[in-house]
Structure formats: structure tokens, C-alpha cells
Write a protein that binds this ligand. Structure first.
Ligand SMILES: Cc1cc2nc3c(=O)[nH]c(=O)nc-3n(C[C@H](O)[C@H](O)[C@H](O)COP(=O)(O)O)c2cc1C
Length: 287
């Protein structure tokens, strides 16, 4: 369970977050940095096997050396480094879960972020972060203020995000894509027909659908039963299983945030039969 105040903030941030690759170079105020610092060692048992470090400086060496499909990432004040401890069997999922919680928190503070697992210099990270035995760097994210992001642009985005949140309630299967290019829910979900989904499940699945993933592959599938949602990695993907599991962890964070923000109570259980990853088992709610 994620703390209620965080869950409500992060739920809104799900609809507003998008990858930001150009930053204005300004500093992130100490108050915001301190809030992010509090999350680095985790905020739920699902983060076990992952930790994060927030680096000041070094973003140009870490991020600017590559020209990816989207161009260079420039001008970020901070770099979030996401580290997995390979002695934990579910460390990739934990990294996705932890990283996305921190990213949604940064989004809720008005900061830009972008998951980066390909286009960064691992060497430039490793000279700045001391890794313990069994640990490896899995991804990074720039954190800072988006370039050319006027107050009006921010407001317009927030109101589009609010509209999307509203739409989720009525039209789960066909919800509009708005800020996000995503597969429709009907191609991701199996199991119970939508009319039979328990309260809260449409919001949870829509939030899971909107999660970011490497090259936007969205390699997650959901099976809905009367009291649970099983999350599995897509079977046929060029991405390695470790990358798919990390993406599933990101989507699982969205799913749980939506559960917590919509009054659904439940717990995660990891599953040992790949490509199944974990299931969220919900208790009946007495609202
Ligand atoms: C695990 C992961 C790794 C990613 N790696 C990169 C990367 O190396 N370079 C990049 O420019 N974007 C990267 N992205 C960003 C995705 O391209 C982006 O999240 C996706 O296209 C969806 O767009 P959105 O984040 O704006 O919703 C990554 C995203 C995730 C979740």
C-alpha cells in the first residue's frame, strides 16, 4: 500500500506525465530535491531490491553523449540513477516500481523526467555512484524544468490530463489517447468482460495502460478475474525479458496508485510462472 497522500498526487500525475528531453538548465529548488530524497530508498515493500541515487551535476556527461531517435537530452539539473540488487529475484520489477514512483512525484512537483535505459553513458554514471556487491545500474532519468514550458503550456497540459482522468470513468475500453500514444485496453486485457469488472478496476487498468515503457513497446498484458488482476510480460517481443519485467514494474506502480487513489485495497503477490510476473489481489471494499 502506498501512502494515501502520495497515491492521490501520483494518480493525477499519471495523466500529466510525458517524457521530457529538453530542459531549461535552471536549478531545482532545495525543497523539491528534499521531497525526492525521501523516496530514494523506497516507499513500499514492492521496492525491495532497488534503490535510487540523485546526482547533482554530471547530466551533460551522462546524457548528452548520444544521439538517440529523439535527439540529445539537454540541460537537466539533476540525474536520477536507478539501481537493482541482483540478489533479489524480482529486482527488475522493483526498479520499475521505485523509479516510476519517484518520476510521478517529480511530475507532481512540476518537474520534467524521462526514463533512459539505452541512450546514456554507463561509465559516466559509475564514476559518480558507488555500487555495492551484486548491484547494477538499470536506468537513469534527467530531472529538471522543461525548456520552453510556459505557465500557460503547463496549465493547458494539466487541463488535458484532468479531462483524460474524467474520461476514464465512462469509457475504459476505448479511452482517448490524448497526450499518450498507447495500445487500446482491449488488446491488452483478457478474462472477465468489462461489464463484470469490480469497482475501481477500469481506473486501475487505464492507469496501467498509460505507463511509459522502453521504445513505447507496452510489453504488459493483464488478466482480469473477479478478485484479482494478473500482470504478465508480453510473449513475443524483441526486448529481453529483464527489460519487459522492468516495464511491467512501471505499469504495476500505476495500477497500484490507481487502486489506492480509488479506494481499492489489495496486495501484490509475485508469480513464479513466466511470463506471468505478479498478481494484484483485491479485498472486497466496504465503501
Ligand atoms: C525503461 C525505459 C527506458 C527508456 N529508454 C529511453 C532511452 O534510452 N532514450 C529515450 O529517449 N527515451 C527512452 N524511454 C522513453 C520512452 O521512449 C517513452 O516513455 C515512451 O515512448 C512513451 O512516451 P511518454 O513517456 O512520453 O509517455 C524509455 C522509457 C522506459 C520506460
Amino acid at each position: 500500500m502506498i501512502r494515501q497522500d502520495l497515491a492521490s498526487r501520483w494518480y493525477k500525475a499519471i495523466f500529466a506525465r510525458h517524457s521530457v528531453r529538453a530542459y531549461d538548465g535552471s536549478s531545482v529548488p532545495d525543497g523539491m530535491r528534499n521531497e525526492i530524497d525521501l523516496l530514494l530508498d523506497g516507499f513500499s515493500p514492492m521496492c525491495e531490491g532497488a534503490r535510487a541515487v540523485l546526482l547533482e551535476g554530471g547530466s551533460s556527461e551522462i546524457l548528452a553523449g548520444f544521439l538517440g531517435a529523439f535527439g540529445r537530452i539537454r540541460g537537466a539539473d539533476l540525474v536520477l540513477v536507478l539501481i537493482g540488487d541482483t540478489s533479489y529475484p524480482n529486482y527488475e520489477v522493483a526498479v520499475g516500481f521505485l523509479g516510476e514512483g519517484i518520476i510521478l512525484h517529480a511530475t507532481s512537483l512540476g518537474l520534467g523526467t524521462c526514463w533512459v535505459s539505452g541512450t546514456y553513458s554507463r561509465k559516466a554514471v559509475e564514476v559518480r555512484v558507488e555500487l555495492r556487491d551484486g548491484e547494477k545500474v538499470m536506468a537513469v532519468s534527467p530531472i529538471g524544468f522543461a525548456a520552453g514550458h510556459s505557465a500557460e503550456a503547463h496549465l493547458a497540459e494539466a487541463s488535458l490530463a484532468a479531462r483524460q482522468e474524467q474520461e476514464v470513468r465512462g469509457k475504459a475500453m476505448e479511452a482517448s489517447t490524448g497526450l499518450h500514444k498507447r495500445k487500446p485496453l482491449k488488446s491488452l486485457v483478457r478474462g472477465l468482460a468489462i461489464e463484470d469488472w469490480p469497482p475501481g478496476y477500469p481506473e486501475m487498468l487505464e492507469a496501467a495502460r498509460l505507463a511509459p515503457s522502453a521504445v513505447n513497446r507496452q510489453p504488459w498484458r493483464f488478466t482480469v478475474e473477479s478478485d484479482r488482476i494478473v500482470v504478465s510480460a508480453a510473449r513475443f517481443e524483441l526486448l529481453p525479458m529483464a527489460a519487459r519485467r522492468l516495464d511491467c514494474g512501471i505499469s504495476m506502480l500505476h495500477l497500484e496508485v490507481a487502486a489506492d487513489a480509488n479506494g481499492v485495497q489489495g496486495e501484490w503477490e509475485f508469480l513464479g510462472n513466466p511470463p506471468a510476473v505478479a498478481e494484484y489481489v483485491s479485498r472486497r471494499r466496504d465503501l
